[in-house]
Design a protein around this ligand. Sequence first.
Ligand code: AMP
Length: 191
Amino acid sequence: MKYYILFGPPGAGKGTQAGAIAEKFNLKHVSTGELLRAEIAAGTELGQQAKTLIEAGNLVPDSVVEGMIENLFNTLKGVDGFLLDGFPRTLGQAEDLDKMLSARGEKVDAVISLMISDSTIRERLKGRAAIEGRADDANEETISNRIATYHQKTEPLINFYKAAGKYHELNGDGKSIEEVRALVFDLLNQL
Ligand code: AMP
């Protein structure tokens, strides 16, 4: 099994690119954000707990997302691998993912990082709020907190995966969806 991480700040295009990548390489696209939004929509207890954190632009606890991921690793069959989108997002999650995979005799194969500047993040999230109606895109304060959370908690993963020799960065600023997709396909074909 292949384990790829689609990495990048909010608005970098992870969700937009993931479907086509997953289809082409027969991977299961797993978005922790989407799984959490489904829990909120279904009104589960987990969803109710996650809602306040998500709408404030904060992360949900590591144990919550790790439980969802492990559950999928245990149950999904018939794919060549996983494309993790929005996970891991903290060093703790990255370390726990390594443990989870090594217990199965597996490892992270590569991290594909879609990088954009903070000003592009703001532009894209505001544009997306109008289209998708996500509560955590709609207000300036939440967006600022998500950007700050990304820099504080998620950005350190870049060095973690660079040290492991797994980090591959593509710059998405000023590029169209199709241009970024072509870059990702090229990269995955070379790996
Ligand atoms: P996303 O759809 O990836 O932008 O995620 C939306 C929100 O869900 C994030 O801002 C977090 O509040 C929460 N979330 C998604 N993935 C994670 C994760 N791996 N760890 C903690 N919180 C997460």
